[in-house]
Design a protein around this ligand. Sequence first.
Ligand code: WQD
Length: 335
Amino acid sequence: MKKILVTGGAGYIGSHTCVELLNVGKELVVIDNFSNSKPEVIDNIKKITGKDFKFYEIDYLDREKLEKVFEENEVESVINFAGFKAVGESVAKPVEYYINNVSGALVLLETMKKYGIKKFVFSSSATVYGDPEVVPITEDSEVGGTTNPYGTSKLMIEQILQDLYKSDNSWDIVILRYFNPVGAHSSGLIGENPQGIPNNLMPYIAQVASGKLKELSVFGNDYNTKDGTGVRDYIHVVDLAIGHVKAIEKIYREGKGLYIYNLGTGKGYSVLDMLKAFEKANNIEVPYKIAPRRPGDIATCFADPRKAEKELEFRTQKSLEDMCRDTWNFQKNLM
Ligand code: WQD
């Protein structure tokens, strides 16, 4: 049976995408090294879907073990989620980020070539746009000016994929640029569970709501935005996962090309919008204080989602309330 290889399939986006792929009958083989996830996520994917799949606990940098996956499974395409993704951590550990994200992608692509597999979906990020001149951001917006090794590693891999396609246009490649993924599966069994103190807004809000953390620090209220706090395009992780299903279906349907899509809602919400939406959706108070700006932050970032809507028939379905309610539903299960 031909399978989709999902690297990093126990991670936040990877696990939700595995659920949606299984829900539409795709056959998977999943790898993860649990560097930022836990074994029970694999069990929960199976519990949610009632489906089974082969899993390998390996590091995709381990060429010998990765080749074994291709030897033992009829892999037809690959979705690559594996990689480190904490912006602040990447500034402190650039070499680790470039080895894991860039070298890992190169080992994966070289192994795919060896086995003649040329269908590839890449988990990229809106951070490749740096500090955008104009919003909403389209796929033709200028990339570069990334402010951290995490974003730069994503940009490097995008460049590698462009060069690979130029060298051999029999590859089918889709690059997906995520805006701000938030939320969790409605079952509450999988969601975002970062190790240590969360860097990102929504898991931080959820941990303040649960009492695990004292209060939210709002990083600056003097930006040129409607209420002075940072504006971002938050997309429900289940919508994001479905965007990957649409991308892989496009490759199977049409193939032969390199495609780039923004995955966002096209709506921008401020930090205070998100805090108030979370309080309203869950009838819970989230204490906060205004703190200094976070270095590297930009004021406003949100997507023009029309290209994915047109070419992938992808439209986000989940509301801001869904994002807040599902985040809290998952957080409560961690308590
Ligand atoms: C959102 C807003 C902060 C925490 C990151 C990374 C990258 C990408 C998306 C995958 C900003 C403010 C945050 C806090 C705050 N993911 N904030 N207090 O920085 O937009 O993007 O996630 O590619 O990982 O680029 O997300 O959630 O950190 O910040 O005020 O404790 O919330 O200033 O305005 P960001 P974020």
